[in-house]
Design a binder for this molecule. Structure first.
Ligand SMILES: [Zn+2]
Ligand SMILES: [Zn+2]
Length: 376
């Protein structure tokens, strides 16, 4: 069937994106769902920094590609062998398909699913191949989702069913920003209630980390960013100290204010200086978590003896080390209970045609979550 979708054909186009318009709204062909797959009628898909990283080329992906990976929709058709999802179910997408059978999946670490990540790297579905094309030319899937489209065929193991009472434009944000940000604190960082937290990078993911700290009753939550407005927002979400990352004495200021550093520091900016700062403001014995996706050629220099003698832990966090089928409903319940005001991250809802304007706003640092909504 023919559907409308936002296609990226070339990365690295210059800003402003309002002029270069990297995402073209095109008619593409969508194949029927294969075995283990479902077709979703998309309800909402929000724009995330990792969409921008594909557009600007920081995260190279095979092109052309239909972008969008933080999405929610309604199951419209089910392929052969899908017995746990039914037509009409509401689902949120997750950006790593989880096979359930490989080593990491069996270990309870589905973010590391081997076939899931291999398929994502190739721009294919985990079942192999692509279901998107145009005039015979294959179009790649973005991390198994490609949510900036009226309909999507995805693997059944790329979605988590959610209660029909949840507004889907809110649900979409849980698929990436909430799992990544809250998971980095609660799962990867293992922060204890009443502890101390720092969050370096206060976009949509970072603010979820701040919310997780607030919900743990952290006695100190330090927020660091380059954009003053984001620091103000972080304060409104529970940050107790906000620091401009460019301040010369940022590290010393934070160490002084926290008695030598924080228990857990989470980096979400995807930039090496942000990780360096997060490492420096982690207390002796503490844990530094990096959850931002930095350019592939960047490397962190770590002083080995300090790592040993100060018993430091440095951890990567992908999908917030979550088990999405377990954690996404838990985080939604916290939001519903008023303990994680994720709804406040949504700046505006837009149409597919507004995506380039939205990309520019995101790149300019003036937006948290802009959600494409589709007519019912
Ligand atoms: Zn994302
Ligand atoms: Zn797996």
């Amino acid at each position: 069937m023919r559907i409308k979708a936002a296609v990226l054909r070339q990365s690295g186009l210059p800003r402003p994106y309002t002029t270069s318009r990297p995402l073209r709204i095109e008619e593409v062909e969508l194949a029927e769902p294969g075995p283990g797959e479902v077709r979703l009628k998309m309800a909402a898909a929000s724009l995330c920094h990792s969409d921008l990283s594909v557009v600007d080329g920081v995260r190279p992906r095979p092109l052309p590609m239909v972008l969008g990976h933080e999405a929610a929709g309604v199951v419209e058709a089910v392929g052969e062998g899908v017995d746990h999802l039914r037509v009409g179910d509401h689902v949120v997408t997750v950006f790593v398909p989880m096979c359930g059978r490989c080593g990491p999946c069996r270990d309870g670490r589905p973010a590391l699913c081997a076939p899931g990540n291999a398929a994502n790297g190739k721009g294919e579905l985990i079942g192999g191949g692509r279901r998107l094309s145009q005039n015979g030319e294959a179009i790649h899937h973005h991390v198994g989702v490609s949510g900036f489209a009226e309909l999507a065929v995805v693997a059944a193991c790329s979605v988590v069913p959610v209660d029909k009472a949840i507004p889907l434009e809110l649900g979409a944000v849980f698929g990436c920003a909430v799992l990544t940000g809250a998971g980095a604190v609660l799962n990867t960082g293992g922060l204890k209630a009443g502890g101390t937290l720092a969050v370096v990078g206060c976009g949509g993911v970072g603010l979820n980390a701040v919310m997780a700290g607030k919900l743990l009753g952290c006695r100190q939550i330090v927020a660091v960013d380059l954009v003053p407005a984001k620091l103000e927002t972080a304060k409104s979400f529970g940050a107790t100290l906000v620091v401009d990352a460019r301040a010369n004495d940022a590290v010393q200021m934070i160490k002084n204010a926290t008695g030598g550093g924080v228990d857990v520091a989470v980096e979400t900016a995807g930039a090496l200086p942000a990780l360096e700062l997060a490492y420096e403001i982690t207390a002796r014995g503490g844990t530094t978590v990096t959850a931002g996706l930095a350019p592939p050629d960047k490397a962190l220099a770590v002083n080995q003896v300090r790592l040993v003698a100060e018993e430091r832990t440095l951890k990567g966090s992908y999908v917030g080390s979550c088990v999405p089928q377990r954690d996404l409903p838990r985080f939604l319940a916290l939001q519903q209970a008023g303990l994680m005001p994720v709804e406040r991250l949504i700046d505006r809802t837009i149409g597919l045609d507004d995506l380039n304007d939205a990309l520019e706003a995101l790149a300019a640092g003036s937006a948290l979550r802009q959600v494409v909504t589709f007519p019912a």
